[in-house]
Design a protein around this ligand. Structure first.
Ligand code: ZN
Length: 253
């Protein structure tokens, strides 16, 4: 009897979580109202230089991100002009749980841990974000290479690794938007070695001659220069949303 009761409770929880996920998915890709995004900075290496960079951040620092969404929404003739509303949240002191290298179960558990961590550490007042981006800033002098960033559709959480360097602000924002779009259901469009996949990962697959491309497709990540070379876009001005990504996030039927 007790066992049956436990099974019923468990099924009920699974149902609620499942229904919640479906509802979020429907709400976030129907684009009837702007998606509310919160950006929480974190000092990944504890360095005073990194802290100084974070202290200089304001909501205005992320204006290129909202401008990017406005420009692309116009291109896809979205009924709302401002698809994304972004606000800078308070700095978070506790770093997120470490990301496992691989293994489906490990990643599933990690995603639950991360959602729990995000819930516990979200100290934002008077603003209910749909999407939460946790940006871990690193001093480039200490970490010339960054760990992988990620964006989870379930829970709509992104963990972004970025450089605490004004020169890198543009490329940091490219990574932020990439992960943000993952939380809305967009998939990666690059292959081995980080080369954008043709045609979906190209901003202008019809371009003649095909190389060099001028823009990067946001989920392709980089600007293809030749069949085996691509470069990192230094700002969102060099990035756009391709047709397939637009369909994945509900901008195209
Ligand atoms: Zn990705």
């Amino acid at each position: 009897m007790f066992k049956l009761f436990r099974v019923v409770i468990l099924l009920f929880i699974l149902f609620v979580v499942g229904a919640g996920t479906v509802l979020t998915k429907w709400r976030s890709t129907s684009w009837k109202r702007p998606q509310q995004v919160a950006v929480y900075p974190l000092n990944a290496d504890g360095r005073p230089q990194t802290q100084q960079y974070i202290a200089g951040l304001t909501t205005e620092s992320f204006a290129p991100v909202t401008a990017f969404f406005e420009r692309e929404a116009k291109h896809y003739q979205l009924p709302i002009g401002d698809p994304v509303y972004l606000k800078l949240g308070p700095q978070i002191q506790q770093l997120p749980p470490e990301q496992p290298a691989e293994g489906r179960l490990a990643i599933m558990l990690y995603s639950l841990q991360l959602r729990w961590w995000a819930w516990k550490n979200d100290a934002m007042q008077g603003y209910r974000p749909d999407i939460r981006l946790f940006v871990l800033y690193h001093d480039p002098a200490l970490s010339p290479r960054l760990p992988h960033s990620l964006g989870l559709e379930k829970g709509q959480i992104g963990v972004v690794h970025a450089f605490a360097d004004r020169e890198m602000t543009g490329s940091n924002q490219v990574v932020m938007v990439h992960e943000l779009l993952h939380t809305l259901g967009a998939t990666d469009k690059y292959g081995p070695g980080g080369l954008p996949s043709y045609p979906d990962g190209y901003a202008d697959p019809e371009r003649q001659p095909r190389y060099p491309q001028i823009h990067a497709e946001i989920m392709g990540g980089r600007i293809p220069m030749s069949p085996d070379q691509a470069r990192t876009p230094e700002s969102l001005k060099l990035v756009l949303v391709g047709e397939v990504t637009a369909r994945e996030i509900g901008w195209r039927r």
